[in-house]
Design a binder for this molecule. Structure first.
Ligand SMILES: [Cu+2]
Length: 551
Protein backbone atom coordinates (compact mmCIF):
# COMPACT_ATOMS: atom_id res chain seq x y z
CA UNK A 1 0.00 0.00 0.00
CA UNK A 2 2.25 2.76 -1.23
CA UNK A 3 1.83 5.61 -3.64
CA UNK A 4 -1.23 7.79 -4.01
CA UNK A 5 -3.71 4.92 -4.05
CA UNK A 6 -2.38 3.82 -0.70
CA UNK A 7 -3.66 6.99 0.87
CA UNK A 8 -7.29 6.43 0.17
CA UNK A 9 -8.84 5.90 3.54
CA UNK A 10 -12.24 4.42 2.96
CA UNK A 11 -14.79 7.19 2.94
CA UNK A 12 -13.22 9.20 0.16
CA UNK A 13 -9.83 10.27 -1.09
CA UNK A 14 -7.45 11.40 1.58
CA UNK A 15 -5.53 13.99 -0.37
CA UNK A 16 -7.32 14.88 -3.54
CA UNK A 17 -10.89 15.90 -2.75
CA UNK A 18 -12.62 18.39 -5.03
CA UNK A 19 -12.07 22.04 -4.29
CA UNK A 20 -13.88 25.19 -5.18
CA UNK A 21 -11.99 28.13 -6.68
CA UNK A 22 -12.49 31.27 -4.66
CA UNK A 23 -14.31 34.11 -6.29
CA UNK A 24 -17.78 34.73 -4.92
CA UNK A 25 -19.12 35.85 -1.61
CA UNK A 26 -21.33 33.09 -0.24
CA UNK A 27 -19.95 30.52 -2.60
CA UNK A 28 -20.59 27.98 0.14
CA UNK A 29 -24.17 27.82 -1.16
CA UNK A 30 -23.12 25.33 -3.80
CA UNK A 31 -21.61 21.90 -3.25
CA UNK A 32 -17.96 21.43 -4.17
CA UNK A 33 -17.69 19.96 -7.69
CA UNK A 34 -14.67 21.53 -9.36
CA UNK A 35 -11.59 19.30 -9.81
CA UNK A 36 -8.54 20.05 -7.77
CA UNK A 37 -5.95 22.61 -8.79
CA UNK A 38 -2.27 22.00 -8.03
CA UNK A 39 -1.01 24.39 -5.38
CA UNK A 40 2.24 24.87 -3.56
CA UNK A 41 1.48 24.91 0.10
CA UNK A 42 3.39 23.86 3.11
CA UNK A 43 0.92 21.17 4.10
CA UNK A 44 0.66 20.04 0.51
CA UNK A 45 4.38 19.61 0.42
CA UNK A 46 4.33 17.78 3.71
CA UNK A 47 1.66 15.48 2.37
CA UNK A 48 3.86 14.65 -0.60
CA UNK A 49 6.72 14.15 1.80
CA UNK A 50 4.70 11.56 3.67
CA UNK A 51 4.07 9.63 0.46
CA UNK A 52 7.73 9.79 -0.44
CA UNK A 53 8.61 8.67 3.05
CA UNK A 54 6.39 5.63 2.84
CA UNK A 55 7.92 4.60 -0.47
CA UNK A 56 11.38 5.17 0.87
CA UNK A 57 10.84 3.08 3.96
CA UNK A 58 9.95 0.10 1.81
CA UNK A 59 12.57 0.53 -0.89
CA UNK A 60 15.71 2.03 0.60
CA UNK A 61 16.76 -0.05 3.54
CA UNK A 62 19.53 2.24 4.85
CA UNK A 63 17.46 5.38 4.93
CA UNK A 64 14.49 3.20 5.73
CA UNK A 65 16.06 2.23 9.01
CA UNK A 66 16.48 5.87 10.01
CA UNK A 67 12.91 6.66 9.07
CA UNK A 68 11.68 3.59 10.89
CA UNK A 69 13.36 4.97 14.00
CA UNK A 70 11.64 8.33 13.40
CA UNK A 71 8.33 6.55 13.02
CA UNK A 72 8.94 4.53 16.15
CA UNK A 73 9.85 7.59 18.21
CA UNK A 74 6.83 9.52 16.98
CA UNK A 75 4.55 7.61 19.37
CA UNK A 76 4.43 8.87 22.94
CA UNK A 77 3.20 7.15 26.07
CA UNK A 78 3.29 8.29 29.70
CA UNK A 79 0.95 5.55 30.91
CA UNK A 80 2.18 4.03 34.16
CA UNK A 81 5.13 6.44 34.31
CA UNK A 82 3.57 9.48 35.98
CA UNK A 83 4.27 9.62 39.74
CA UNK A 84 1.36 11.95 40.67
CA UNK A 85 3.32 13.86 43.31
CA UNK A 86 1.83 17.33 42.94
CA UNK A 87 -1.58 18.55 44.11
CA UNK A 88 -3.63 19.51 41.07
CA UNK A 89 -3.62 23.29 40.63
CA UNK A 90 -7.16 24.66 40.90
CA UNK A 91 -7.48 27.94 38.99
CA UNK A 92 -8.68 30.67 41.34
CA UNK A 93 -12.29 31.55 40.80
CA UNK A 94 -13.06 35.08 39.66
CA UNK A 95 -16.56 36.26 40.51
CA UNK A 96 -15.74 39.80 39.37
CA UNK A 97 -17.18 42.88 41.04
CA UNK A 98 -20.53 44.51 40.35
CA UNK A 99 -20.23 48.16 39.30
CA UNK A 100 -22.69 51.02 39.81
CA UNK A 101 -24.39 50.16 36.54
CA UNK A 102 -25.01 46.60 37.76
CA UNK A 103 -22.44 45.07 35.45
CA UNK A 104 -20.23 42.21 36.63
CA UNK A 105 -16.72 43.46 35.93
CA UNK A 106 -13.70 41.22 35.40
CA UNK A 107 -10.20 42.71 35.26
CA UNK A 108 -8.00 40.40 33.20
CA UNK A 109 -4.34 41.09 32.51
CA UNK A 110 -2.55 38.92 29.98
CA UNK A 111 0.99 38.83 31.29
CA UNK A 112 4.33 37.01 31.07
CA UNK A 113 5.36 34.75 33.93
CA UNK A 114 7.48 31.76 34.82
CA UNK A 115 6.49 28.31 36.01
CA UNK A 116 8.51 25.57 37.70
CA UNK A 117 7.92 22.26 35.92
CA UNK A 118 10.88 20.56 37.62
CA UNK A 119 13.52 21.49 35.04
CA UNK A 120 16.87 23.16 35.84
CA UNK A 121 15.37 26.56 35.08
CA UNK A 122 11.82 27.82 35.43
CA UNK A 123 9.86 27.84 32.17
CA UNK A 124 8.85 31.15 30.61
CA UNK A 125 5.06 30.99 30.40
CA UNK A 126 2.13 33.37 29.92
CA UNK A 127 -1.00 33.67 31.99
CA UNK A 128 -4.00 35.80 32.79
CA UNK A 129 -3.65 37.51 36.20
CA UNK A 130 -0.87 35.00 36.92
CA UNK A 131 2.08 33.05 35.56
CA UNK A 132 0.23 30.32 33.69
CA UNK A 133 -3.39 30.02 32.48
CA UNK A 134 -6.07 32.23 34.01
CA UNK A 135 -8.78 32.33 36.65
CA UNK A 136 -12.13 30.60 36.22
CA UNK A 137 -14.66 33.30 35.34
CA UNK A 138 -18.08 32.72 36.86
CA UNK A 139 -21.20 34.49 35.59
CA UNK A 140 -24.97 33.97 35.42
CA UNK A 141 -27.35 33.80 32.51
CA UNK A 142 -29.06 37.18 32.13
CA UNK A 143 -26.46 39.43 33.72
CA UNK A 144 -24.40 42.09 32.02
CA UNK A 145 -20.66 41.47 32.11
CA UNK A 146 -17.77 43.82 31.38
CA UNK A 147 -14.26 42.53 30.69
CA UNK A 148 -11.23 44.78 31.06
CA UNK A 149 -8.58 42.94 29.07
CA UNK A 150 -5.14 44.49 29.54
CA UNK A 151 -2.17 43.36 27.48
CA UNK A 152 1.19 43.21 29.27
CA UNK A 153 2.94 40.61 27.08
CA UNK A 154 4.73 43.15 24.89
CA UNK A 155 3.13 42.12 21.61
CA UNK A 156 -0.46 42.24 20.35
CA UNK A 157 -2.75 39.59 21.83
CA UNK A 158 -6.41 39.28 22.80
CA UNK A 159 -9.01 37.09 24.52
CA UNK A 160 -11.88 35.30 22.79
CA UNK A 161 -14.89 33.99 24.75
CA UNK A 162 -15.23 30.54 23.20
CA UNK A 163 -18.82 29.25 23.13
CA UNK A 164 -20.35 32.57 24.16
CA UNK A 165 -23.34 34.06 22.38
CA UNK A 166 -22.60 37.79 22.11
CA UNK A 167 -22.33 40.74 19.70
CA UNK A 168 -19.62 40.23 17.07
CA UNK A 169 -17.55 43.24 18.14
CA UNK A 170 -17.32 41.82 21.70
CA UNK A 171 -16.21 38.38 20.50
CA UNK A 172 -12.45 38.76 20.88
CA UNK A 173 -11.65 37.37 17.46
CA UNK A 174 -8.75 38.49 15.24
CA UNK A 175 -10.43 41.88 14.65
CA UNK A 176 -10.41 42.74 18.36
CA UNK A 177 -6.69 42.88 19.00
CA UNK A 178 -5.26 44.51 22.09
CA UNK A 179 -2.00 46.38 21.60
CA UNK A 180 0.74 46.16 24.24
CA UNK A 181 -0.12 48.31 27.24
CA UNK A 182 -3.70 48.83 26.07
CA UNK A 183 -6.98 47.74 27.66
CA UNK A 184 -9.96 46.45 25.66
CA UNK A 185 -13.33 46.47 27.44
CA UNK A 186 -16.07 44.46 25.76
CA UNK A 187 -19.47 44.18 27.45
CA UNK A 188 -22.50 42.01 26.76
CA UNK A 189 -25.51 40.43 28.41
CA UNK A 190 -25.03 36.72 29.10
CA UNK A 191 -27.81 35.00 27.19
CA UNK A 192 -27.38 31.24 27.27
CA UNK A 193 -27.90 28.27 29.51
CA UNK A 194 -25.46 26.96 32.11
CA UNK A 195 -22.28 25.63 30.48
CA UNK A 196 -18.54 25.24 30.69
CA UNK A 197 -17.02 27.65 28.20
CA UNK A 198 -13.45 28.88 27.96
CA UNK A 199 -11.40 31.87 26.92
CA UNK A 200 -8.16 31.99 25.01
CA UNK A 201 -6.03 34.15 22.74
CA UNK A 202 -7.39 34.29 19.19
CA UNK A 203 -5.09 36.14 16.83
CA UNK A 204 -4.66 35.64 13.13
CA UNK A 205 -1.30 33.90 12.82
CA UNK A 206 0.04 33.29 16.35
CA UNK A 207 -2.84 31.78 18.31
CA UNK A 208 -0.88 28.53 18.65
CA UNK A 209 2.02 30.17 20.48
CA UNK A 210 -0.14 32.32 22.76
CA UNK A 211 -2.39 29.47 23.86
CA UNK A 212 0.57 27.11 24.18
CA UNK A 213 2.36 29.58 26.44
CA UNK A 214 -0.72 29.63 28.66
CA UNK A 215 -3.29 32.24 27.59
CA UNK A 216 -6.42 30.22 28.39
CA UNK A 217 -8.94 29.75 31.18
CA UNK A 218 -12.37 28.36 32.01
CA UNK A 219 -15.71 30.19 32.05
CA UNK A 220 -18.60 28.78 34.07
CA UNK A 221 -22.06 30.07 33.16
CA UNK A 222 -24.69 29.36 35.82
CA UNK A 223 -28.46 29.43 35.57
CA UNK A 224 -31.42 28.69 37.84
CA UNK A 225 -32.28 25.44 36.15
CA UNK A 226 -28.87 23.83 36.59
CA UNK A 227 -28.62 25.16 40.15
CA UNK A 228 -31.83 23.30 41.05
CA UNK A 229 -30.53 19.92 39.87
CA UNK A 230 -28.36 19.18 42.89
CA UNK A 231 -25.26 18.45 40.81
CA UNK A 232 -21.86 18.59 42.52
CA UNK A 233 -21.12 22.32 42.59
CA UNK A 234 -18.56 23.03 45.33
CA UNK A 235 -15.86 24.61 43.18
CA UNK A 236 -12.45 23.00 43.58
CA UNK A 237 -13.86 20.33 45.93
CA UNK A 238 -16.40 18.23 44.02
CA UNK A 239 -16.72 20.49 40.96
CA UNK A 240 -13.31 20.75 39.34
CA UNK A 241 -12.21 22.34 36.08
CA UNK A 242 -9.63 20.25 34.22
CA UNK A 243 -7.85 22.20 31.49
CA UNK A 244 -5.97 19.60 29.48
CA UNK A 245 -2.94 20.66 27.45
CA UNK A 246 0.13 18.96 26.08
CA UNK A 247 3.61 20.48 26.16
CA UNK A 248 7.16 19.61 25.25
CA UNK A 249 10.19 21.05 26.93
CA UNK A 250 13.82 21.47 26.03
CA UNK A 251 16.40 20.12 28.50
CA UNK A 252 16.76 23.54 30.14
CA UNK A 253 13.02 23.74 30.77
CA UNK A 254 12.12 26.20 28.02
CA UNK A 255 9.01 25.45 25.96
CA UNK A 256 9.68 23.76 22.64
CA UNK A 257 7.38 25.50 20.16
CA UNK A 258 8.52 23.57 17.08
CA UNK A 259 5.95 21.44 15.29
CA UNK A 260 8.47 18.75 14.49
CA UNK A 261 8.96 16.37 11.59
CA UNK A 262 5.88 15.43 9.54
CA UNK A 263 3.40 16.78 12.09
CA UNK A 264 0.58 17.81 9.77
CA UNK A 265 -1.82 18.39 12.65
CA UNK A 266 0.47 20.94 14.30
CA UNK A 267 2.24 21.26 17.63
CA UNK A 268 2.04 18.09 19.72
CA UNK A 269 3.66 17.80 23.14
CA UNK A 270 5.04 14.70 24.82
CA UNK A 271 3.67 15.48 28.29
CA UNK A 272 0.12 16.23 29.34
CA UNK A 273 -0.79 18.63 32.08
CA UNK A 274 -4.06 19.43 33.82
CA UNK A 275 -4.50 23.06 34.93
CA UNK A 276 -0.77 23.44 34.33
CA UNK A 277 0.13 20.55 36.67
CA UNK A 278 2.08 17.59 35.32
CA UNK A 279 1.34 14.51 37.42
CA UNK A 280 -1.36 16.15 39.52
CA UNK A 281 -3.55 14.46 42.10
CA UNK A 282 -6.84 15.44 43.73
CA UNK A 283 -7.88 14.45 47.25
CA UNK A 284 -11.50 13.52 46.69
CA UNK A 285 -13.88 14.01 49.62
CA UNK A 286 -17.26 13.22 48.05
CA UNK A 287 -18.59 10.08 46.42
CA UNK A 288 -19.51 12.03 43.28
CA UNK A 289 -17.07 14.39 41.60
CA UNK A 290 -17.87 16.61 38.64
CA UNK A 291 -15.01 17.24 36.23
CA UNK A 292 -15.32 20.06 33.72
CA UNK A 293 -12.98 18.83 30.99
CA UNK A 294 -11.58 21.43 28.60
CA UNK A 295 -9.33 20.42 25.71
CA UNK A 296 -7.18 23.55 25.49
CA UNK A 297 -4.42 21.86 23.51
CA UNK A 298 -3.19 23.26 20.24
CA UNK A 299 -3.64 20.11 18.17
CA UNK A 300 -4.03 16.99 20.29
CA UNK A 301 -7.17 14.85 20.42
CA UNK A 302 -7.74 12.98 23.69
CA UNK A 303 -9.69 9.79 24.31
CA UNK A 304 -10.46 10.17 27.99
CA UNK A 305 -11.48 7.51 30.47
CA UNK A 306 -10.21 5.88 33.64
CA UNK A 307 -7.44 3.33 34.07
CA UNK A 308 -9.86 0.71 35.45
CA UNK A 309 -12.35 1.30 32.60
CA UNK A 310 -15.04 2.37 35.07
CA UNK A 311 -18.09 4.02 33.62
CA UNK A 312 -18.87 7.64 34.32
CA UNK A 313 -21.81 9.93 33.60
CA UNK A 314 -21.57 12.44 30.79
CA UNK A 315 -23.83 15.33 31.80
CA UNK A 316 -22.86 18.21 29.51
CA UNK A 317 -21.10 18.98 26.24
CA UNK A 318 -19.72 22.26 24.83
CA UNK A 319 -22.80 24.43 25.26
CA UNK A 320 -24.55 22.96 28.30
CA UNK A 321 -26.39 20.05 29.84
CA UNK A 322 -27.47 17.01 27.88
CA UNK A 323 -31.17 16.16 27.97
CA UNK A 324 -30.27 13.20 30.20
CA UNK A 325 -27.06 11.85 31.67
CA UNK A 326 -25.37 9.17 29.57
CA UNK A 327 -23.18 6.43 31.04
CA UNK A 328 -19.98 5.92 29.03
CA UNK A 329 -16.43 4.73 29.61
CA UNK A 330 -14.55 6.79 27.00
CA UNK A 331 -14.92 10.35 25.77
CA UNK A 332 -13.06 11.78 22.81
CA UNK A 333 -12.38 15.53 22.80
CA UNK A 334 -10.66 17.43 20.01
CA UNK A 335 -9.12 20.88 20.61
CA UNK A 336 -11.67 23.40 21.85
CA UNK A 337 -14.28 20.83 22.89
CA UNK A 338 -15.53 20.53 26.49
CA UNK A 339 -17.49 17.99 28.48
CA UNK A 340 -18.75 17.71 32.04
CA UNK A 341 -18.63 14.27 33.62
CA UNK A 342 -19.47 12.84 37.02
CA UNK A 343 -17.25 10.10 38.35
CA UNK A 344 -18.28 8.01 41.34
CA UNK A 345 -15.74 6.74 43.88
CA UNK A 346 -15.73 4.49 46.95
CA UNK A 347 -13.88 5.32 50.19
CA UNK A 348 -10.08 4.88 49.84
CA UNK A 349 -10.49 4.35 46.10
CA UNK A 350 -7.98 5.76 43.65
CA UNK A 351 -8.24 6.04 39.91
CA UNK A 352 -6.28 7.69 37.10
CA UNK A 353 -7.82 9.85 34.41
CA UNK A 354 -6.15 8.57 31.27
CA UNK A 355 -6.17 9.39 27.59
CA UNK A 356 -6.04 6.25 25.47
CA UNK A 357 -5.12 6.24 21.80
CA UNK A 358 -7.71 8.41 20.06
CA UNK A 359 -9.63 7.28 17.00
CA UNK A 360 -8.46 9.77 14.38
CA UNK A 361 -9.76 7.72 11.44
CA UNK A 362 -6.42 8.25 9.69
CA UNK A 363 -4.35 5.63 7.89
CA UNK A 364 -1.44 4.19 9.86
CA UNK A 365 1.43 6.52 8.97
CA UNK A 366 -0.64 9.68 9.29
CA UNK A 367 -2.27 8.34 12.46
CA UNK A 368 1.16 7.90 14.06
CA UNK A 369 2.29 11.45 13.28
CA UNK A 370 -1.06 12.96 14.37
CA UNK A 371 -0.93 11.52 17.89
CA UNK A 372 -3.20 8.58 17.14
CA UNK A 373 -0.84 6.09 18.79
CA UNK A 374 -0.23 8.18 21.91
CA UNK A 375 -1.59 7.63 25.42
CA UNK A 376 -1.17 9.63 28.61
CA UNK A 377 -1.89 9.53 32.32
CA UNK A 378 -3.49 12.89 33.08
CA UNK A 379 -4.28 13.07 36.81
CA UNK A 380 -5.10 10.87 39.78
CA UNK A 381 -8.22 11.00 41.94
CA UNK A 382 -7.63 9.77 45.52
CA UNK A 383 -10.69 9.19 47.65
CA UNK A 384 -10.62 9.81 51.40
CA UNK A 385 -11.50 7.07 53.89
CA UNK A 386 -14.84 8.74 54.50
CA UNK A 387 -16.75 10.41 51.67
CA UNK A 388 -19.66 12.82 51.60
CA UNK A 389 -22.72 11.16 50.05
CA UNK A 390 -22.87 11.01 46.27
CA UNK A 391 -25.34 12.60 43.90
CA UNK A 392 -28.36 10.79 42.53
CA UNK A 393 -28.52 12.25 39.07
CA UNK A 394 -32.02 13.47 38.22
CA UNK A 395 -33.61 11.60 35.31
CA UNK A 396 -33.86 14.81 33.31
CA UNK A 397 -31.01 17.31 33.15
CA UNK A 398 -31.37 19.76 30.28
CA UNK A 399 -34.67 18.51 28.88
CA UNK A 400 -35.39 19.54 25.29
CA UNK A 401 -32.16 21.44 24.81
CA UNK A 402 -32.75 22.30 21.16
CA UNK A 403 -36.32 23.48 21.70
CA UNK A 404 -38.21 23.54 18.43
CA UNK A 405 -35.07 23.45 16.28
CA UNK A 406 -35.48 20.94 13.49
CA UNK A 407 -33.79 20.27 10.17
CA UNK A 408 -37.12 20.92 8.39
CA UNK A 409 -36.73 24.59 9.20
CA UNK A 410 -33.37 24.95 7.48
CA UNK A 411 -33.69 27.68 4.89
CA UNK A 412 -30.39 26.83 3.30
CA UNK A 413 -27.58 24.28 3.21
CA UNK A 414 -24.05 25.60 2.92
CA UNK A 415 -20.97 23.56 2.10
CA UNK A 416 -17.55 24.03 3.66
CA UNK A 417 -14.63 22.05 2.30
CA UNK A 418 -11.59 22.10 4.59
CA UNK A 419 -8.41 21.32 2.70
CA UNK A 420 -4.83 22.30 3.37
CA UNK A 421 -4.97 25.92 4.52
CA UNK A 422 -8.19 26.71 2.71
CA UNK A 423 -11.93 26.59 3.21
CA UNK A 424 -13.69 26.29 -0.15
CA UNK A 425 -10.46 27.09 -1.91
CA UNK A 426 -9.69 30.29 -0.04
CA UNK A 427 -7.36 31.04 2.81
CA UNK A 428 -8.45 33.45 5.54
CA UNK A 429 -8.49 37.16 4.64
CA UNK A 430 -9.26 39.72 7.33
CA UNK A 431 -11.10 42.08 4.95
CA UNK A 432 -13.25 39.48 3.16
CA UNK A 433 -16.75 38.41 4.18
CA UNK A 434 -17.12 34.76 3.23
CA UNK A 435 -20.66 34.08 4.36
CA UNK A 436 -23.70 36.31 4.91
CA UNK A 437 -26.33 35.06 7.34
CA UNK A 438 -29.86 36.41 7.81
CA UNK A 439 -30.57 37.16 11.46
CA UNK A 440 -32.46 34.34 13.13
CA UNK A 441 -31.92 31.97 10.19
CA UNK A 442 -31.80 28.21 10.63
CA UNK A 443 -29.29 26.56 8.32
CA UNK A 444 -27.52 23.27 7.71
CA UNK A 445 -23.75 23.53 7.40
CA UNK A 446 -22.14 20.57 5.73
CA UNK A 447 -18.45 20.49 6.65
CA UNK A 448 -16.10 18.14 4.80
CA UNK A 449 -12.50 17.33 5.60
CA UNK A 450 -10.75 16.95 2.26
CA UNK A 451 -7.45 15.96 3.84
CA UNK A 452 -5.96 12.70 5.10
CA UNK A 453 -5.35 14.14 8.55
CA UNK A 454 -7.78 15.39 11.21
CA UNK A 455 -9.55 18.73 11.33
CA UNK A 456 -12.33 20.02 13.48
CA UNK A 457 -14.74 22.91 13.03
CA UNK A 458 -15.74 25.68 15.42
CA UNK A 459 -18.41 28.29 14.79
CA UNK A 460 -18.40 31.45 16.88
CA UNK A 461 -21.51 32.87 18.60
CA UNK A 462 -23.73 29.77 18.29
CA UNK A 463 -24.37 26.32 19.72
CA UNK A 464 -25.29 23.84 17.01
CA UNK A 465 -26.74 20.37 16.77
CA UNK A 466 -24.64 17.72 15.02
CA UNK A 467 -27.13 16.01 12.71
CA UNK A 468 -24.74 13.30 11.62
CA UNK A 469 -21.11 12.51 10.84
CA UNK A 470 -20.65 10.55 7.62
CA UNK A 471 -24.37 9.88 7.70
CA UNK A 472 -24.30 8.24 11.10
CA UNK A 473 -25.65 9.31 14.47
CA UNK A 474 -22.96 11.39 16.17
CA UNK A 475 -23.16 9.43 19.43
CA UNK A 476 -23.68 10.74 22.96
CA UNK A 477 -20.59 12.94 23.13
CA UNK A 478 -21.75 14.97 20.12
CA UNK A 479 -25.47 14.71 20.86
CA UNK A 480 -25.81 17.88 22.93
CA UNK A 481 -25.21 21.56 22.36
CA UNK A 482 -21.94 21.93 20.47
CA UNK A 483 -19.76 24.71 19.13
CA UNK A 484 -16.83 22.53 18.01
CA UNK A 485 -16.95 19.18 16.24
CA UNK A 486 -14.34 16.71 15.05
CA UNK A 487 -14.35 16.19 11.28
CA UNK A 488 -12.52 12.97 10.43
CA UNK A 489 -10.19 12.69 7.44
CA UNK A 490 -12.30 12.44 4.30
CA UNK A 491 -15.44 12.74 6.44
CA UNK A 492 -18.41 15.08 6.58
CA UNK A 493 -20.24 16.52 9.58
CA UNK A 494 -23.68 18.09 9.09
CA UNK A 495 -24.54 20.81 11.57
CA UNK A 496 -27.95 22.35 12.27
CA UNK A 497 -27.49 25.95 13.36
CA UNK A 498 -29.89 28.68 14.38
CA UNK A 499 -28.18 32.05 14.23
CA UNK A 500 -28.78 34.94 16.58
CA UNK A 501 -31.06 37.91 16.04
CA UNK A 502 -28.48 40.65 16.56
CA UNK A 503 -27.26 42.13 13.32
CA UNK A 504 -23.90 43.71 12.56
CA UNK A 505 -23.02 43.93 8.87
CA UNK A 506 -19.58 45.41 9.61
CA UNK A 507 -18.15 43.05 12.26
CA UNK A 508 -17.66 39.37 11.43
CA UNK A 509 -17.66 36.20 13.47
CA UNK A 510 -15.22 33.42 12.63
CA UNK A 511 -15.61 29.78 11.70
CA UNK A 512 -12.47 27.71 11.58
CA UNK A 513 -10.54 24.57 12.33
CA UNK A 514 -9.58 24.60 16.03
CA UNK A 515 -6.33 22.76 15.44
CA UNK A 516 -4.55 25.99 16.08
CA UNK A 517 -1.72 25.78 13.57
CA UNK A 518 -4.31 25.11 10.86
CA UNK A 519 -6.26 28.16 12.01
CA UNK A 520 -3.06 30.20 12.08
CA UNK A 521 -2.23 29.07 8.55
CA UNK A 522 -5.58 30.37 7.29
CA UNK A 523 -8.12 27.55 7.71
CA UNK A 524 -10.67 30.12 8.83
CA UNK A 525 -13.53 32.14 7.34
CA UNK A 526 -15.75 35.05 8.35
CA UNK A 527 -19.51 35.50 8.52
CA UNK A 528 -21.67 38.48 9.28
CA UNK A 529 -25.27 38.45 10.51
CA UNK A 530 -27.49 40.97 8.70
CA UNK A 531 -31.17 41.90 8.69
CA UNK A 532 -32.94 39.63 6.18
CA UNK A 533 -32.71 41.03 2.68
CA UNK A 534 -29.96 43.53 3.47
CA UNK A 535 -26.38 43.66 2.27
CA UNK A 536 -23.20 42.97 4.24
CA UNK A 537 -21.07 45.94 5.19
CA UNK A 538 -17.39 46.55 4.73
CA UNK A 539 -14.92 44.83 7.03
CA UNK A 540 -11.93 46.74 8.29
CA UNK A 541 -9.05 44.42 7.30
CA UNK A 542 -6.67 45.59 10.05
CA UNK A 543 -5.83 43.39 13.00
CA UNK A 544 -5.62 46.07 15.63
CA UNK A 545 -8.66 47.45 17.39
CA UNK A 546 -7.80 48.01 20.99
CA UNK A 547 -10.33 50.77 21.56
CA UNK A 548 -12.34 50.46 24.74
CA UNK A 549 -15.81 49.19 23.92
CA UNK A 550 -17.72 49.10 27.15
CA UNK A 551 -16.71 52.11 29.22
CU1 LIG B 1 -7.50 21.49 10.91
Amino acid sequence: MVGTAGYRIGRTTGWGCPRIPGSLVDMADTPPVVPSVPRRRRRGLLAVLLVVTAVTVLTASGLGTALAVTYSRAAVSTVGQVPFETPLAIPPIAEGTVDAAGRRVFDLTVQPGSTDFGYPSPTATWGVNGDLLGPTLRMRDGEQVLMNVTNEVGEPTNLHWHGMHLPARMDGGPHQMVDPGETWSPTWQVDQQAATLWYHAHLHGTTTQHVYRGVAGTIIVDDDRSAALGLPSDYGVDDIPVIIQDRKFRADGSLDEGEGFMRLTGLLGDQVMANGTIGGYVNVTAASTRLRLVNASTARVYNLGFDDDREFSLIATDGGLLPRAVSIDRLQLSPGERAEIIVTMSPSDSVVLRSDEPDLASFALQNRFSGGDDDFDVLELRAADVLAPGTDLPPVLGGEIFGDLSADQAAETRYFQLQGNEINGRTMAMGRIDTVISAGATEIWEVTNGDGYPHNFHVHDVQFRVLDVDGEDPGPVASGRKDTVFVPPGGTARLLIRFGDETDPDHPFMYHCHLLSHEDDGLMGQFVVVAPGTEPGVIDPSHTHSSATGN
